[in-house]
Each structure stands twice: as C-alpha cells, then as structure tokens.
Design a protein around this ligand. Structure first.
Ligand SMILES: [Zn+2]
Ligand SMILES: [Zn+2]
Length: 395
C-alpha cells in the first residue's frame, strides 16, 4: 500500500505544487485566513469529504473534515497562516499582497495535506477507520493559538492521535527528521517592573535607585540556568528589553521595566525556572531597597512526541524516502503550537527537509526570501496519507 500511496502522490504532484503557489501568492496572516479557508473547504467538499466544518476561535478561519468511517479516528494537521513580512523573492509565484508572506512554509503544509486528502479519498475503501483533516489557522499568533481554538471547537472529538509535518529550509530536501519525547521547546514570556524612589543624579543617597537594582537583577537572572538547572537539561533565559521610566543624564529613575523569554523542554525545568525567577527578582530588588512585580506567562507548551507514533512515522518515512533520508533530530529551541494537540492525545510532529541552496531554498524561516524546494511536497502528502493508513491499520 505504501508504494501505491507514493504513486498516487506523484500523480497529484503538479496539483500540490499549483496549490502551494496559489497559497503563496495569496497569503493571509493569523486569524485572517478567510479566503484560504474558503478554498480549502471547497476543495474538500468537491472531494466528497464529510463533516466539513469551518470557522474556529469565533472567526471564519480554519477547516476540519473527515474521510472514511468507523469508530477509530486519526488526525492529520496542517497550519495555514502567513506572516506580516514583505516577500523579497524574485519568482513568478511571489506574494501578491504587500506586507504579507508565507515565510514559514505553512502554504506548503496546506498544499501537502490537500494532496493527502486526494490520496486518502482514492484509498478510502482500504482505510480501517476515519481520518480527520485539521487545517489550523494562527500557528504564528502566539497569544491566541489556532491549535487550542481547534481543540475548543471540538476538532479532536473522537480523534486518538495526531500527526503533523513542518517543512524545514534548514534540513536538506527530502530528508525527514524525527524525535521521540521532548522535541521543541516551551515558550514562556515574562515582564517585570522594579520600582524604587526617583531622585537627583547628584544625590543617590536620597533615592532608591531602580536602575542599580535592575542591573543586579539582570545579571542574577543569568545564574538561574547556569547554576540551578542541570547541564544535562536544555533551558534558555533571555532578556528582550530594558526600559527606565526616565532617560535623562541627571535623573535617577523611579521605575525600570524588563521583558524577556524562557525556553524549556521538561515541565520540572519550566516550573523551576519560573519559581527561581520570582525568587531572584524579588530578593535582589528588595536587597537594593526596591520593589518588584513579575508576570510570568506560559505561552506555548513544549512539543512532546509520543514514542509509539514516532516509531510509526520513522518506519513509514523509511519506506517512502529511503532509510538514509530518515534521521533523528536534535532538540529544537523554537516552539510550535502543535504541542496543544499533544496535550490532549498522543501526537507526533516531524520536520521534512525542503532546503536546497541550488534552488535558493536555503533561507531561514521568517526571512523575506524564504522558499521551499517544491519537488519534496508530494512526499509530504504521501507521508501524511501513509501515516494515517498505517495508524488505522495498527489500532
Ligand atoms: Zn514560523
Ligand atoms: Zn511554522
């Protein structure tokens, strides 16, 4: 069957590439994917998919649909949003919208999953259950994650596992990278305010210097990862910005604000960093006769891959791409809102290489020249379909 799936994918290759180019030319940012949603929903209806639902998170964005029947159900996910960025490539399929661009490859994700829908429709009678297609808006949004909106909208009802792919320009074209367990980091955001007593720069003894406290806090924070977290655990604490309430040569400011982020993989480490940050910020500020307030927000959870599903991805990918093209990934410090699915059902996320310097497809994600090697996209469609077929056969 895997050979048949690959052959069907090849048959649809031109359509998959055309679709990707259409999405690339007509990008829509997070929670604005109205036209993209319409195009996907129409195509799914034409294919005869059932339960085509659109509109999640109180918007008109996002589509879910089913192929096949029965009580078992496996989910396949593609995110569909673009970024607020000017497309600076010189290609015929360049973005037609100034200031909006598919610079993370989500256009290819949508096209690959539509390709998989076509393949799955052709092998529907061989499926031992149902496939739920999850076209998810707003992966890049951060504050209102599209994945959570889909879950809140009932998209995972009856679903027992979810598989997702990210096209990666940093991975050689045609290679699949997988990892069991923690895969991508949790992203937390924090902001703090240190309040002292402002005064004249010439008489520091009459003030409580919030700047002096902020310098100590900034440097003490760097001891958390290096001194309190095991070197065997990965964690990053970065300060993104520091702002004094005044910026004048002879004034000691009343207040300093600071923002930053934390990336971790394990819940214990995440809990520890949050607790330590609060302790250090408060303790150091008080020692400097200032007061501190810190807000710590857990924005995106870590992406943790289910081991059994990861094994399945690995074996399916080895058959479709060749064993030499399937490699274990390093931990990735970036985050993915796919992680929300993994908190509800066993899930697996993998990276498909679309990097190719000869085709100018090796620019980093979120760069204005980002592009993908389209010759790989049919394989992505095949991987989706093959994972679903195999998972349903095994459960
Ligand atoms: Zn991105
Ligand atoms: Zn992305």
């Amino acid at each position: 069957m895997l050979e048949k799936i690959k052959a069907l994918a090849k048959e649809y290759e031109r359509e998959i590439v055309e679709r990707r180019r259409y999405f690339h030319m007509n990008p829509e940012t997070s929670w604005n994917e109205v036209e993209t949603t319409k195009v996907i929903a129409e195509e799914l209806k034409k294919l005869g998919c059932e339960n085509v639902k659109t509109g999640f998170g109180e918007t008109r964005c996002g589509v879910t649909a089913d192929i096949g029947g029965g009580s078992k159900c496996v989910g396949l996910r593609a995110d569909i949003d673009a970024l607020p960025l000017n497309d600076e490539k010189d290609v015929p399929y360049k973005s037609q919208k100034p200031g909006v661009m598919h610079a993370c490859g989500h256009d290819s994700h949508a096209a690959m999953l539509l390709g998989a829908a076509k393949i799955l429709t052709r092998i529907k009678s061989d499926l031992k259950g149902k496939v739920r297609l999850l076209f998810q808006p707003a992966e890049e949004h951060g504050l209102k994650p599209g994945a959570q909106a889909l879950i809140d909208g009932g998209a995972l009802e009856g679903v027992s596992a979810v598989f997702g792919i990210h096209s990666m320009s940093t991975v050689p074209a045609g290679e699949l990278q997988y990892r069991s367990g923690p895969f991508m980091a949790a992203a937390d955001a924090w902001e703090l305010v240190i309040t002292g007593r402002g005064g004249h720069g010439s008489t520091p003894e009459t003030s409580f210097d919030s700047n002096a406290a902020a310098f100590q806090v900034g440097s003490a924070l760097q001891n958390i990862v290096s001194r309190e977290i095991s070197p065997k655990d990965a964690a990053v604490l970065s300060i993104g910005g520091v702002k004094s309430s005044s910026y004048v040569f002879n004034i000691i400011p009343e207040r300093v604000e600071m923002v930053g982020s934390v990336r971790t993989f394990r819940a214990e480490v995440q809990d520890h960093v949050e607790e330590a940050m609060k302790r250090v910020v408060k303790g150091v500020s008080e020692a400097m006769r200032c007061k501190a307030d810190i807000k710590y927000n857990r924005v995106i959870p870590a992406t943790v891959n289910d081991s059994e599903s990861t094994e399945l991805v690995k074996s399916v990918a080895e058959s479709l791409l060749g064993a030499d093209k399937v490699k274990e990934s390093e931990l990735i410090m970036g985050s993915e809102d796919f992680s929300y699915f993994g908190r509800v059902v066993p899930s697996v996320f993998a990276n498909l290489g679309v990097g190719n310097a000869a085709k100018k497809c090796d620019f980093p994600h979120h760069s204005a020249k980002f592009d993908v090697d389209e010759s790989v996209l049919y394989l992505g469609a095949a991987l989706h379909a093959a994972f679903a077929w195999s998972w349903l056969g095994k459960h």
